[in-house]
Design a binder for this molecule. Structure first.
Ligand SMILES: CC(C)(COP(=O)(O)OP(=O)(O)OC[C@H]1O[C@@H](n2cnc3c(N)ncnc32)[C@H](O)[C@@H]1OP(=O)(O)O)[C@@H](O)C(=O)NCCC(=O)NCCS
Length: 164
């Protein structure tokens, strides 16, 4: 059984290889493909308000997400999340479960909406998944993502109101 829980320091040994492999492909996140472990630790663990993992019954970490305010001050009621699922665990509903979990957590932590700032247009799985979970494409940023294989591709800003 997979559970979603708060990140614990011991999890990093499994989380870092998953993030490193994901960012190295240069097709879904803006992090430099050769980002250092310390840079990603700071971005994924230290800076966010909270980080979570999806863990299998045997302790294997299958996915991770962070939750943080998208803006400072008067914009800090809108949160931002980033999600990564291990390559071997994709297509099993883990991202869907993490996104649903993150919305519940966000509301519990006082956020009113969730925004994704740079959803790469060629990442069709992610775009469809977020749309299916109620996120709308509210803006298209022309050529805003420098895809490692495809060059400049469009990126979407996606938004979902969490409370009225
Ligand atoms: C995008 C990502 C998070 C999805 O994780 P996942 O656990 O495989 O996703 P899920 O299994 O929960 O859902 C996948 C959905 O995409 C659909 N899907 C599967 N393969 C697909 C494909 N090739 N094209 C489009 N949709 C696809 C599935 O039908 C499913 O939809 P459903 O829940 O309505 O049935 C994962 O692929 C990942 O970590 N990618 C690298 C990092 C990334 O892109 N993060 C998101 C940045 S915005």
């Amino acid at each position: 059984m997979t559970i979603i829980r708060q990140f614990q320091p011991d999890d990093w040994a499994q989380v870092w290889p998953m993030l490193q492999a994901t960012f190295a492909t240069g097709d879904t996140y803006a992090f430099a493909p050769d980002s250092s472990e310390s840079d990603i630790y700071r971005a994924w663990i230290e800076l966010p308000q909270a980080t979570y993992v999806a863990a299998a019954g045997d302790g294997a970490i299958l996915g991770t997400y962070y939750l943080k305010p998208n803006q400072v001050g008067l914009g800090n009621h809108v949160c931002n999340c980033g999600y990564v699922v291990a390559a071997a665990a994709q297509g099993q509903g883990i991202a869907r479960a993490m996104c649903e979990h993150s919305q519940t957590e966000a509301i519990a932590q006082g956020f009113r909406a969730m925004q994704f700032n740079l959803v790469v247009s060629t990442n069709e799985r992610a775009v469809r998944l977020w749309q299916g979970l109620g996120f709308q494409i509210v803006g298209m940023l022309p050529g805003a993502f420098r895809h490692v294989r495809l060059g400049y591709v469009d990126a979407f800003v996606m938004f979902k109101q969490l409370v009225d």
